[in-house]
Design a protein around this ligand. Structure first.
Ligand SMILES: CC(=O)[C@@H](O)[C@H](O)COP(=O)(O)O
Ligand SMILES: NCC(=O)COP(=O)(O)O
Length: 252
């Protein structure tokens, strides 16, 4: 079974556009879990454009109340602190999520758009990865489907990789003649990760159109989906959107 981890960033983005707590991020996270999502993902960024440190604390408590549910916190361990954002590591070590997905985003990026360059960052990531593992937090690294880089992910101690699916989603959206080659590269990366003993997650711009093929990726364990699922929820309601993604992942 491929786990669906719903990313709540965009619900927080709407909330932040007014004073107050509407929409209530925790209440919508509860709806996702009660509908059957296997996890919640958040990506607190230093500028707090959407997820705030308090959301991470509140959602950690929410997920702790659901048996078998995983909480996944994403971010760049080298970004921040900024204002009352304490930095990723203090926040993660305080809230102890099940998984921390390290992502190499700079503060001025609109969204995540590339995986790690471990030739450059591997040595400084290694102690951070060890610190997370010592805290019993599974570590996933946001990666492009590059076999050499994925080998380095194993060397620096990652438990899993998260394949960056943005280019795959773009190839589907554009009906590119390169789509088969792009998907084959992801399959090769997944097979390589599996031979190294790395778990396989995936995410970014996955949706109900491109997920039916991507779910066939060998060894895929978890997808984290937020942007498209939130847009789908505008049309069909959040519970129906979560059910639609769960049905898609189970091949229905
Ligand atoms: C790492 C990744 O691809 C997404 O999880 C990321 O959280 C998207 O961030 P925004 O929601 O800020 O675009
Ligand atoms: N790691 C991917 C994620 O959490 C959500 O990405 P998106 O579906 O918002 O593009």
């Amino acid at each position: 079974m491929i786990a669906l981890s719903v990313n709540l960033n965009k619900i927080a983005l709407i909330r932040n556009s007014r004073e107050g707590n509407f929409p209530d991020v925790v209440a919508h996270g509860r709806t996702c879990l009660e509908t059957g999502a296997q996890g919640i993902t958040v990506h607190p960024r230093p500028d707090q454009r959407h997820i705030r440190p308090g959301d991470v604390r509140d959602l950690a408590r929410l997920c702790a109340g659901f048996e078998g549910i995983e909480f996944n916190v994403e971010g760049n361990p080298f970004a921040g602190p900024m204002d009352d954002y304490p930095g990723l590591m203090p926040l993660v070590l305080e809230t102890a999520p099940d998984q921390c997905t390290l992502v190499p985003d700079s503060n001025d990026q609109l969204t995540s758009d590339h995986g790690f360059d471990l030739k450059r960052d591997g040595s400084r990531l290694e102690p951070i990865i060890q610190q997370l593992k010592d805290a019993n937090i599974r570590v996933s690294l946001f990666m492009d489907p590059d076999l050499e880089q994925i080998s380095l992910a194993r060397e620096v101690g990652a438990d899993r990789i998260e394949l960056y699916t943005g280019p795959y989603a773009e190839a589907v959206a554009q009906q590119s003649d390169q789509l088969d080659a792009v998907f084959a590269a992801h399959c090769a990366a997944a097979e390589h990760a599996r031979t190294l003993g790395l778990g396989i997650n995936a995410g970014h711009d996955l949706n109900l159109i491109n997920l039916p093929r991507y779910r066939t990726l060998p060894g895929l364990q978890e997808v984290s989906i937020g942007h498209a699922l939130t847009v789908d929820a505008l049309n069909m309601g959040l519970a129906n959107a979560v059910s639609a993604y769960l049905n898609c992942l189970s091949g229905n």
